[in-house]
Design a protein around this ligand. Structure first.
Ligand code: HEC
Length: 123
C-alpha cells in the first residue's frame, strides 16, 4: 500500500516537473524564433512591420492576452510558418521564409518566460 502511494506521488511530481516550463529556456526560444519579427525585452529594439512587441502584448488590457501566447501558433500569421514538431502541423502556404520549428516543451518554456515578463510588466 505504501509502495503504491509512493509510486503515485512519484508519478504526480514527475508529471509536474516535466510540464513546468523553464523561463530561461523560454527566453532562448523567443530569441531564436520570435525575435525575427517581435521586439523581445533586452534583445532588440526593432521588430518587423506590424509585429507587436512582447512587452506591448503582455501589457495588453485584453483578458485573453496570455491565452494568445499559449496558442500563438494557431493565430495569424504564425500558421504560415510555424511547425510544432509533435503536432506535425504544416505551414499553410509554401514557405518563402525559414520556418519556425519548435517542440511542445518549448511552448511550456515560452509560457514560463512570458509569465516571468508579466511579473515585471503587469504590476
Ligand atoms: C515572421 C514573423 C513572426 C515571427 C517569427 C513570430 N511572429 Fe508573432 N506575430 C507576427 C505578426 C505580424 C503579428 C501581428 C498579427 C496581427 O496583429 O494580426 C504577430 C502576433 C503575435 C501574437 C498576438 C496574436 C494575436 O492574434 O493577437 C502573439 C502572442 C505572438 N505573435 C507570439 C509569437 C511567438 C511566441 C513567436 C515565437 C515563437 C512569434 N510570435 C514569432 C509575426 C511573427
Amino acid at each position: 500500500m505504501l509502495r503504491a502511494a509512493l509510486i503515485i506521488v512519484f508519478l504526480l511530481t514527475g508529471f509536474a516537473v516535466c510540464h513546468a516550463g523553464d523561463a530561461a529556456k523560454g527566453e532562448d526560444v523567443a530569441i531564436e524564433h520570435c525575435r525575427r519579427c517581435h521586439v523581445i525585452p533586452g534583445q532588440n529594439n526593432m521588430g518587423i512591420g506590424i509585429s507587436p512587441s512582447f512587452k506591448a502584448m503582455i501589457q495588453s488590457r485584453a483578458e485573453d492576452w496570455r491565452h494568445k501566447f499559449e496558442v500563438f501558433y494557431a493565430l495569424r500569421p504564425h500558421p504560415s510558418f510555424v511547425i510544432i514538431r509533435e503536432f506535425r502541423t504544416r505551414p499553410e502556404f509554401p514557405l518563402g521564409i525559414t520556418p519556425v520549428i519548435i517542440a511542445v516543451d518549448d511552448l511550456d518554456h515560452l509560457m514560463a518566460y512570458v509569465d516571468k515578463l508579466a511579473q515585471e510588466f503587469r504590476k
